[in-house]
Design a protein around this ligand. Structure first.
Ligand SMILES: Nc1ncnc2c1ncn2[C@@H]1O[C@H](COP(=O)(O)OP(=O)(O)OP(=O)(O)O)[C@@H](O)[C@H]1O
Ligand SMILES: [Mg+2]
Length: 378
């Protein structure tokens, strides 16, 4: 539903009447005779447009405009100033106060209607855009939650892979002893049953390993590290525009077609590092997030550096451990999962790369990692 409401403000009842007669058939009209009254009514009436006389007793039109434009509740409302003044300086003062336009009295009725139409349309378009933005923010929130969930699932998957892999060791010992026992005591027929059951267990382990590996391998595609970094930064900016001013990039990855991976994995690695740096820098005065990519020695390198508070020496060892977090909420409860960096390390290593962290208290933290480029094409 579009907003069709206009507040007309003039201390001359005659002028209010003329405007009301002209507009009432098309628009919903409310009137105010002073600046004070206008400011009260605008909050309850919530018009799309205010037609505002400049010269009024009490607060004048310029001041009313300023207050409308500095109040977050009313600042989207369009303001058209109406006045007998026609001097350029006075018009400029109106624009400076934040008014959208200026009409000199006596006005031409057609021109006034045409302008009103434009500003009502503009208000409604902006309003729609704002609502779309809000929807987008909701969607981003949902996506963030999903990413976090996927990250946890991926972590659980990796842990499961490791556990299953580790089951093979004790199983091979069982096989060894069973073979030995069978030779020594061929009369014990139960040994064969034990062997069969153990073989079944081995089949289960192998099939779980194959499906876990297939999940990773099936997703391997050609990736551009610059693109991944840019996408993650765009995602960051969409959460809050202020981050844009923190970011410094130097993206030199050039081995297009030579870097293969799953975009989910690599985006999560880069995204986790960016998220950590941004969170670390929040309380700092100087906030620079520097990200660089380059390739050398058949590897792609990525560095994420921040000017955050740095990490105490005794914690540097622990940050890659699963569940290590220092992030607490206002009530002292833990808000971080402590899975971000352990995920990054496991993933980077699963790709055959390495990750390292350098940090200095009061200076900042730099995390760099590399991943191998594909050998066949490199
Ligand atoms: N750039 C950084 N600057 C300062 N401290 C950091 C930085 N990156 C990580 N840390 C420290 O390492 C800890 C572990 O990081 P990790 O990403 O694993 O988990 P988290 O960020 O605490 O939680 P989550 O990633 O789930 O939000 C953090 O709690 C923080 O203390
Ligand atoms: Mg983190």
């Amino acid at each position: 539903m579009s907003n069709n409401k206009i507040l007309i403000v003039d201390d001359e009842p005659k002028n209010l009447k003329i405007l009301r007669i002209r507009l009432k058939d098309v628009y919903e009209i409310e009137e105010a005779a002073t600046g004070e009254e206008a400011l009260e009514k605008i909050e309850t009436f919530e018009p799309a447009l205010v037609l505002l006389d400049i010269m009024m007793p009490g607060i004048d039109g310029y001041e009313v405009t300023k207050r409308i434009k500095t109040n977050p509740k009313t600042q989207n409302c369009k303001v058209v100033l109406l006045s007998g003044k026609a001097l350029l300086e006075e018009k400029l003062e109106g624009y400076k106060a934040g008014a959208e336009d200026y009409i000199t009295k006596p006005f031409n009725g057609e021109e006034l209607l045409a302008k009103i139409k434009v500003f009502i349309k503009l208000f409604n378009l902006e309003d729609r855009l704002e609502r779309m933005n809000e929807d987008l923010e909701e969607e981003i929130k949902a996506r963030t939650e999903l990413l976090l969930k996927n990250e946890r699932m991926a972590y659980v998957g990796m842990q499961a892979g490791e556990i299953v892999h580790n089951l093979k060791n004790p199983l091979s010992i069982i096989f060894g002893y069973l073979g030995h026992l069978k030779k020594k005591h061929p009369e014990i027929t139960e040994i064969e049953k034990l062997e069969k059951a153990s073989n079944k267990l081995l089949d289960i382990i192998k099939s779980i390993m194959t499906s876990l590996n297939r999940d990773i391998q099936n997703e391997m595609v050609d990736l551009s590290m610059n693109q991944i970094v840019e996408d993650e930064l765009r995602f960051l900016e969409s959460i809050d525009k202020q981050y844009k001013s923190w970011i410094k990039t130097d993206l030199n990855f050039q081995s297009q077609g030579m870097f293969k991976g799953s975009s989910t994995h690599i985006s999560q690695i880069v995204g986790n590092l960016i998220k950590n740096s941004v969170e670390a820098m929040k309380p700092c005065e100087k906030r620079i997030l520097s990200i660089s990519t380059y390739d050398a020695m058949n590897r792609v390198f990525v560095e994420v550096a921040d000017t955050g508070p740095g990490i105490p020496k005794e914690e540097i060892e622990k940050v890659f451990e699963p569940l290590f977090t220092t992030k607490t909420g206002e009530d002292g409860g833990v808000v971080g999962t402590g899975l971000g960096l352990s995920y990054c390390k496991k993933m980077v290593e699963a790709y055959g790369g390495e990750i390292k962290l350098e940090s200095e208290l009061g200076v900042g933290t730099k995390i760099s990692f590399y991943l191998p480029l594909s050998k066949d094409q490199a």
